[in-house]
Write a protein that binds this ligand. Structure first.
Ligand SMILES: NC(=O)c1ccc[n+]([C@@H]2O[C@H](COP(=O)([O-])OP(=O)(O)OC[C@H]3O[C@@H](n4cnc5c(N)ncnc54)[C@H](O)[C@@H]3O)[C@@H](O)[C@H]2O)c1
Ligand SMILES: O=C(O)C(=O)C[C@]1(C(=O)O)C=C[C@@H](O)C=C1
Length: 722
């Protein structure tokens, strides 16, 4: 039985009727016209003329009248002598505290079978004509049971809403009223207030004539029912006043910023708001920032290619972009970063710094402006920093936050929360940090205000980026593994000298960072893959512009040179401390080559594409020292060897050495196991496979590589185009 057959009560009744959950759905409304329409429109089975008759035999009664009508209605119901030990009572009022109070007063006690509720769905329409059985589908319904609420009654109300497709959540009454005051009631107050304020001005017609999309979007809800909202504001007065005062103070700050022409403040508010609107949904749902990276795997098809030709810039390296964001945020002054590609790690890092008060404009067309706050200018974030699926962001931030004055918590999505973080956190604690993990995993809780002391942990590869960050604030020198070399180079570029030695990177703290302007250098792995492709195809002539010369790329190109490739490095230089060069490759054909054991750890990340180079070369290649490969590197080796076997290549592997006999590739289908390095390597293999090759299970991030490869003449189709 539903009392009040307007938008909400009518939608609930109509939906329940359609669901078949109830034997009969009856209703009651004060308005005779609504009672008639409710039956005519099929909203209820019956709509008796008196409340008493409508309530007779009801098992569940929902109160869906305006909030301030609830008090009288509850008192009337109390007088009807209903069997309240049997009947379940619920309501849909937009504020809960007042309804709960009125119910207790009307019945003289808390009713255990009263389940207060509130559907967070609706529209600016009202009345029975607007009843829509699908209104609550995929919307939240908040129930606010009390400690003595009967579990059976709660389950019944829960079930009724779920049958209508709603997601039911439970909350405490006071919490509900505070949250809804901020997210629903305050926006309505502002919309009503703004439209009225403009309408009362002399030139109101002019204003409304030129009011376009922005005004319409902002004020749609000012078309809502005035009586309903009058009731809500009076019923939830205290909570709305509290949130209004807070907002008014923020509004005053905005006003002051305009008076003072303080563009920095304005930009801070606007950029944070925009990012928050974009990311809140993901943070709440515990999803990744760049969901594309984790989207369904792609299938691609490559046709053989005669020669690669052209000259093009290589898309920016995602790892350098992430480090550059961190250093720019900690620098003095504003840094301008271009060539930025959205990726999980960098998006998570951007959001974290915004949460710590750094004003960041963009990204817009690959461009960011980061207004650095200096090494000691970060502010305590309002809540935990959510890092989506990025382990690298979590590592770097753990190191950085270990040295701040404030406490902080780092969280991530489900996959990141399963990754062990002990190897990163333990050495930080040895430096003096106070950090605790949950069973070895995130959330990471960091106590601020600790004095850190530099240490030498150059044998630890995984912890290197975190230690380098913490080292910026430590007393004395910090030495970390050379795997963080690129980060070390960037630090140098931002004004903090890092000595790069064979055994490790040595960082001396106490240097302020200086803002930089940098175009992110091209991705080294993409460049190496295309250098292999061009070397293999006679007649190729290509130039890859402004590539980050990582140690792995350096070593990979040297190996290719030994295998007969014709490669020249042009326009060598530095971008914010990172060595860059353009790579010119002429097709020359390749012969087998040898990788000595000391070189293997350096080229480990690029092993898939170098194995493909060896597979397409004439003669035998040997890769020594493969015993040193770790976790992901080993996995990639296995995926690549599986695919090469499928393509008819003979490989002999023992514990330390891999021997591979090059030859013609033949096969139809291989899988990249969602690994980007493997997918790029197999694309190169595909362009040398007679009849072409289908590659399944490519990560969505391979699209950037495909786009670049196509510019040089490679013929690749993604699944949709197959
Ligand atoms: N509209 C929304 O977006 C929305 C969303 C969630 C919750 N709510 C809540 O739902 C309730 C109803 O809102 P609505 O939008 O459906 O309003 P509505 O105006 O569309 O419907 C209210 C109905 O109640 C009837 N009514 C009023 N006093 C009555 C009484 N004493 N006895 C019987 N009938 C009576 C009216 O005749 C009307 O048909 C309110 O408490 C509101 O806070 C509204
Ligand atoms: O979508 C709208 O028009 C609404 O106003 C719905 C809205 C809201 O603010 O989200 C309004 C009041 C309710 O109590 C619940 C939902």
């Amino acid at each position: 039985m539903v009392i009040g057959l307007g938008l909400i009560g009518g939608s609930f009744a109509k939906g329940l009727r359609a669901s078949g959950l109830c034997r009969e759905v009856t209703g009651f409304d004060l308005d005779p016209q609504t009672r008639r329409l409710a039956v005519e429109l099929g909203v209820v089975d019956r709509c008796p003329e008196t409340l008493e008759e409508a309530c007779r035999e009801a098992d569940l009664i929902q109160l869906a009248v305006p909030i301030l009508a609830m008090e009288r209605l509850l008192r009337t119901l109390a007088l009807l002598e209903l069997d309240i030990e049997r009947i379940v009572l619920t309501d849909v009022g937009s504020a809960k505290g007042s309804v709960v109070r009125c119910a207790a007063e009307a019945f003289g006690r808390n009713l255990p079978r009263f389940v207060p509720g509130h559907p967070i769905a609706g529209s600016e329409q009202s009345g029975v004509g607007a009843a829509n059985p699908a209104l609550f589908r995929r919307h939240k319904v908040i129930l606010t049971p009390q400690t003595d609420t009967d579990p059976g009654a709660l389950a019944l109300v829960d079930r009724a809403w779920r049958v209508l497709g709603a997601d039911v959540e439970h909350m405490q009454v006071e919490h509900h009223d505070e949250v809804l005051a901020a997210t629903s009631h305050l926006p309505h107050l502002l919309a009503f207030g703004l439209v009225d304020s403009l309408a009362r001005r002399h030139e109101n017609l002019e204003i409304f004539r030129y009011a376009a999309g922005g005004f319409r979007d902002f004020t749609r809800i000012a078309g809502s029912d005035p009586v309903m909202w009058h009731d809500i504001f009076l019923a939830n007065r205290d909570a709305v006043l509290a949130t209004l005062d807070e907002f008014q103070a923020d509004l005053d700050l905005l006003r002051e910023a305009m008076v003072e022409k303080d563009g920095h403040h304005l930009l801070g508010v606007f950029t944070r708001a925009r990012a928050a609107r974009e990311h809140f949904g993901k943070i709440l749902a515990g999803r990744a920032y760049a969901e594309d990276e984790y989207a369904a795997a792609l299938g691609i098809r490559i046709e053989p290619v005669a020669a690669l030709r052209g000259e093009a810039p290589v898309p920016g390296d995602k790892g350098i972009a992430q480090s550059a964001i961190v250093l720019a945020a900690l620098a003095e002054g504003s840094s301008e970063i271009s060539g930025f590609r959205a990726a999980e790690a960098s998006l998570a890092t951007l959001q974290a710094f915004r949460d710590m008060g750094v004003v960041i404009e963009g990204p817009q067309q690959g461009r960011l402006i980061i207004h650095g706050v200096g090494l000691h200018g970060l502010q305590a974030p309002p809540g935990p920093l959510y890092l989506g699926g990025s382990a690298s962001a979590m590592g770097m931030l753990a190191g950085l936050l270990a040295a701040q004055r404030f406490d902080c918590m780092l969280t991530g999505d489900a996959a990141l929360s399963r990754q062990p973080m002990g190897d990163v956190v333990e050495p930080l604690c040895e430096m003096g940090a106070s950090i605790s993990l949950h069973d070895g995993h995130a959330p990471i809780r960091i106590r601020g205000g600790q004095a850190l002391v530099g240490i030498d942990r150059s044998h630890l590869r995984q912890a290197a980026p975190a230690l380098l960050m913490a080292g910026l604030y430590a007393s004395g020198n910090t030495r970390v593994s050379v795997v963080a070399r690129q980060q070390g180079e960037l630090l140098g570029g931002f004004g903090c000298p890092v000595r790069i030695e064979a055994g490790g990177l040595a960082l001396a703290a106490g240097h302020a960072l200086v803002a930089q302007r940098l175009d992110i250098p091209g991705d080294a792995s993409m460049a190496l893959a295309l250098a292999v492709a061009a070397s293999l195809a006679a007649g190729s002539e290509l130039t890859l512009e402004a590539v980050a010369m990582t140690p792995a790329l350096d070593a990979g190109l040297t190996l290719l040179g030994r295998m007969g490739a014709n490669i020249r490095l042009l326009r060598r230089g530095y971008v914010a401390g990172v060595p860059v060069a353009s790579i010119a490759v002429s097709g020359a054909g390749l012969r087998g080559g040898d990788v000595p054991p000391d070189c293997l750890p350096i080229i480990a990340a690029e092993l898939p594409v170098l194995l493909v180079a060896a597979a397409c070369a004439s003669g035998t290649s040997r890769f020594s020292g493969i015993g040193a490969l770790q976790g992901l590197e080993r996995l990639r080796l296995r995926y690549t060897l599986d695919a090469l076997l499928e393509l008819g290549i003979r490989v002999v592997v023992d514990e330390e050495q891999l021997t591979l006999e090059g030859g013609a590739l033949a096969g139809r289908k291989v899988a990249a196991n969602r690994d980007l390095h493997v997918a790029m390597a197999l694309c190169i293999a595909g362009s040398h496979t007679g009849g072409g090759l289908q590659i399944d299970e490519c990560p969505a991030s391979v699209r950037d590589f495909i786009e670049l490869a196509e510019r040089f003449g490679m013929n690749i189709k993604t699944e949709a185009g197959l």
